[in-house]
Design a protein. Sequence first.
Length: 579
Amino acid sequence: MSDKRRNFRLTFAVTTVILAAIAVFAVMVLGNIPGARLDLTQDKLFTMSPAAGTILEGLQVPVQVKLYITPEAKMPTEFKNLERDVTEQLRNYERVSNGQLQFSVHNPQNDEDMQQELAQKGIQPFQVQSVDKDEIGVKLIWSALTIAYKDNPEEVVPRVLPQTLTNLETLVISPVHRLTRERDPIVAVFAPPKPVDQQMAMMYLQQGMQPPAPQDIYTLIAQLLQQEHYAVAPITLTEDSPIPADADLLLIIGPRDLNARQSWEINRALSNGMPVLMAVQAHEYSYNPGQQGQLTVQGAPTSSGLDPMLAGLGLGLVQDHFMDANFQVLEIPREINLGGMRMQVREPVSAPVQVKVTQDQINQDMPVTNHLATLLYLWGTPVTVDAARLSDHGLTSQTLITSSANSWQADFGSGVLSSSQMDPRGKDLLGPQPLAVLVEGSFPDTYAATGAPDWPAQPSAPEEVPQVGPSAATPLNPQDGQLLLIGCAKMFEDTALQGAQNALLLLNAVDFLAGSEELLSIRSKLLTQRTIRPVSSGEKIIWQIIAVALMPIAFIILGVVRNARRREAAARYRRSLNA
């Protein structure tokens, strides 16, 4: 018996050693074989997009990508796999580009010369929380990328974090595309400053002071486009500052009281095939203290001067108050008197003119609006589309954004909006209304019958005589073009551009209209911000009944049925015994 036990132990030990050796050998051999990765994310965040593959395959000159990162041993737990995950994706990019995208990994942790060089590029180490055994501390780590192409300035990604891995394609491939294109697209931007209120100007003049200069409220647009390597050309749309002939795209944001010649210039650019993004505001609102202390909403009309030109195309804007039950609560700054001290506070204001657009109201089939989840359509109105007139001109339209089904209109009038106007009860709800429309085709010359208007005479000194006469007009060369008409300009002001995903909508629209659809395709691979749709009071009550009452009732019914079946089974058993 003892010999059998001894032989069994020896056989078991030898078998264990052999199996362990086989396992170690298999790990050493198979560990160097590139494996397959399965992307199970709904948005396919880790799958290379076709546009990225096209950009990488088209590289003719090597692109140098350098990853500066702290070694794994000195990384916090959350960051230990960061280098491996980043290099795996970079290695995939290198393979697709046939070696034209070359990457290297560098450790600047103890290299002072490298650290000084990185500091000149704007790369600095940063602190992250570290959990080590039973201690919580802070570690200083490096994690950054640089992308170099020829003699162009390096593109820098100052921080690469685990949560940015889903966006690594955008961080790497987008700069590669921008660096390798022949020139930066030129975007002509007409975004006039906000004029000074007439009453305020009169108050300044009465006190012997000069009124303040008009306020530029669209400064972030130029910054945003320049970050994406667009050449921004601000224009005032005058005879001295016309639309550049070499512009790839024209932005018309918040126009006010344009004259006939300015409207003609925009129409001529459209007719000549220049893509145009036009954001027009029908009216604005202000928030003022009411008699009972709460803030009131007061409307005022604005005129763009583009209504005749748009009407000639078959387009327009709703001029009435437009409201939506799906609205955004805003915090409005307000000054209060507290014990004789003036204090600045922020008061939440709920008003249906602060329209909120959610994912189910955004056309996810169009690249311009794909993966957008929420927008702040502040004080905007719907776009009107005359399908018959568009068809007569050979134009087609697609709706990109709509309001919710619970929207309504009220006759416009300057002054305070009443509570009855802002209450949806008793109103004829309009259903989804188009808020942004993309029109494509060969745009007609709506001034063909009248010809090009003259530029208005410029103010001159008293001793000078203003010269008014015909100006050189841009020749007409009809080509297919695109017009993206949005019934809201307020959403692109500095105060609202960073709200929701308004900035992303602007970038997507510029990429699409300027022909940079590769960038648009790559940027659309962002993690979708899914939102919960607004739930009405009736739906809330129904779900409360289901959760509170229906489930207990279902368990009671189940118990009664089960008890009845057990009683029936017992009765059958007793009858069988008696038989």
